[in-house]
Write a protein that binds this ligand. Structure first.
Ligand SMILES: Nc1ncnc2c1ncn2[C@@H]1O[C@H](COP(=O)(O)OP(=O)(O)OP(=O)(O)O)[C@@H](O)[C@H]1O
Length: 286
């Protein structure tokens, strides 16, 4: 088998904040080049911990107790800080959750979009400016010359998120980690942004890990999905297959629960307690 873009094997981690409570339990997943994999689960499932591990920003209070995260064959967990910082932002980038705080409020958009292009890709000022303009056009920003001169506070939330998407793809990374990138936006903007992310991902052929708690979002954007509960993989596979014929009772119950952005008026059927009891029994955590 050829080497996947990303392969997480047997990743386990505990929380030193909570007396060594397990956060990730033997998590494995693969991501091929150009594939979008949804990482889905309720709050506390461990999605953000996996995303942070991929970005090399695990908090000190999270301790990895086993496993590997191979990116193009290199285990990110064993790299030296310098090797890691060469990869981060360059080969692996992030579309963050909150467009309000992710941009530096004191710098114009142009500086924020071109720094990496100039310093890490060696582009001249003019070439970086041209590339930034092209990126803003790609994310459908009107009047990109004006936006390049703007400060973040002069832009709407949706515009800022478009800028951050442009920034995430600017250096042509091989892997983009999207961490609930539409949670902070209202529903109509959410749909446009999801479509945009998918479009950018396809055009650039980028692999993507898409963190969300929303199976409706998974249905719209992900080729494959890994469903987590309490740090354990409960189900995984091609999205169409998992959504049409879920194997696990928990997945079925989640599909029946809502609301989801794509059907906000559907009736709510909370996941029954018996299913959580069954899951926890299977995992040996009562
Ligand atoms: N900084 C930290 N130090 C130690 N433990 C942490 C830290 N952050 C989170 N945890 C623990 O890790 C577990 C998983 O949290 P994580 O944030 O990865 O879940 P999540 O699925 O991303 O949830 P959410 O959707 O709420 O972000 C939780 O039990 C949490 O208490």
């Amino acid at each position: 088998m050829t080497e996947p873009l990303l392969s997480i094997t047997g990743l386990s981690a505990v929380s030193d904040r909570e007396n060594g409570a397990p956060i990730l339990r033997d998590v494995s997943l693969r991501l091929e080049r150009g594939e979008v994999r949804g990482l889905v689960g309720e709050s506390g499932a461990g999605k953000s911990t996996i995303a942070k591990a991929l970005l090399g920003i695990l908090p000190r209070t999270v301790r990895v107790t086993g496993g590997a995260i191979r990116f193009e064959g290199q285990d990110l967990l064993t790299l030296k800080p310098k090797q890691l910082s060469d990869i981060m932002g360059s080969e692996i980038s992030l579309i963050p959750q909150d467009p309000q705080t992710a941009l530096n409020p004191g710098r114009r958009i142009e500086a924020q979009l071109t720094d990496g292009l100039r310093m890490r890709r060696g582009l001249s000022r003019q070439a970086a400016h041209d590339k930034a303009l092209k990126l803003l056009e790609e994310v459908h920003i009107r009047d990109p010359e004006r936006v390049l001169k703007a400060y973040p506070h002069e832009l709407s939330g949706g515009m800022r998120q478009r800028v951050l998407i442009a920034a995430a793809f600017a250096l042509e990374p091989k892997l983009v980690v999207a961490d609930e990138p539409t949670t902070a936006l209202d529903v109509t903007v959410q749909k446009q942004i999801l479509r945009l992310i998918r479009g950018m991902q396809k055009t650039h052929g980028t692999g993507m890990i898409f963190v969300t708690h929303d199976l409706g979002v998974v249905a719209q954007i992900c080729d494959t999905v890994t469903l987590l509960y309490a740090g354990k993989v409960i189900e995984e596979g091609p999205t169409a297959q998992v959504l049409a014929a879920p194997k696990h009772a928990y997945t079925k119950a989640l599909l029946a629960a809502g609301p989801r952005y794509d059907r906000p008026t559907a009736g709510l059927e909370p996941v029954p307690q018996a299913i959580f009891d069954q899951l926890r029994a299977e995992m040996g955590i009562m």
